[in-house]
Ligand binder design. Sequence first.
Ligand code: HEC
Ligand code: HEC
Length: 333
Amino acid sequence: MRVGIAGIIGAVVLASGAMGARADWRWPSFPAGVSAPALPAENGMSAAKVALGRRLFYDRALSHDGSMACADCHQQARGFTDGLPTHVGVTGDMGVRNVPGLANVAWRSGLTWTDAGITTLEAQAMVPMTGTKPVEMGMAGRDGDLAARLDADPCYRRMFAQAFPGAKGAADFARVTAALGAFQRTMISFGSAYDRGALPPLAAKGAAQFKASGCASCHSGPDLTDGKVHYVGTAAPRESDDPAYGGKPPPPGFEPPPEQFRTPSLRNVAVTGPWLHDGKADSIDGAIRRHAAAHLTGIDMPALLAFLDALTDRDFLKNPALGPPPVGCPVPT
Ligand code: HEC
Ligand code: HEC
């Protein structure tokens, strides 16, 4: 049975407006074998935090020049990606990696394409806001600006007070990232044909092919990822000034280990292109063929693609609770 996740989350968020700041969070029902995601001890869920995180996610005030929100790179209709190979930051730095989708990101224990040691959504959110390699939102060292902007908005003042009762002082990065984390944990996607056990015949054939070809050894579990990094043959050859060579030209015959990438979740993969860590695969078929795997010979690509298409959760891509926040303030004066 499929429960309308959109409906449940929407109802909880609305109820919070009336009930004030209480730990009133209730997860929707998850499919068999999936339990509620682990939460950092200091950031429990609440409807007030989720509502605040949603507003922040869509707010360009989180970038230096007010031109870029999380949602500009993470667009709901594209599974929270942006349709570009890489995205230019506010100061013109070219992005280095393709924007990954955020469906079921609450369950990822390692984040980003590489083994960067980022394990919580709270820590991750600091990267786009304050990262300098590359600059994305350009807020490094601008704690004061952030606090001043958010504090100048009476609605944010009420929303922060409700989401963090008892917290003193102006809004800061810690509370901003906590709220963003809570909102992102509601990006729950278990409504595809695959989840409903409703695979069309060609997709069912593709599911069998997916197993037989060993795809499921890395694209495993409820979100079709093992969360680990692998070398699958997609890394570009290193440049001679690569730090792996220690700043010197590589000695003859020296081969640095190739770069490994984290197995991406394949949820909503049909709408998250272009694909791969560099965004250089402009078809799913092309992304699969860039895996240097011998067992790719003789695969039934149309069936495989039909299976991957059946991982698209149309309700998730349109769920109003994950879209832009209401224009008016959700917390009355
Ligand atoms: C300029 C585009 C851009 C903006 C703005 C942006 N992101 Fe991202 N996001 C990316 C890219 C690119 C990656 C992959 C980074 C990497 O692997 O090195 C990413 C990765 C992530 C991940 C990790 C997902 C995973 O499965 O590993 C999360 C979570 C995330 N972003 C949330 C956010 C939040 C929250 C904001 C706003 C504070 C935000 N992003 C703003 C481009 C962006
Ligand atoms: C050894 C582990 C492994 C196996 C086996 C594997 N993959 Fe992957 N897959 C990965 C990794 C790692 C990436 C990311 C590579 C990159 O971005 O450069 C990836 C990327 C992808 C992507 C692109 C997703 C995106 O969002 O960019 C698709 C599609 C995909 N794999 C499908 C498959 C299919 C279909 C098979 C079986 C034929 C398969 N994979 C086998 C590890 C694996």
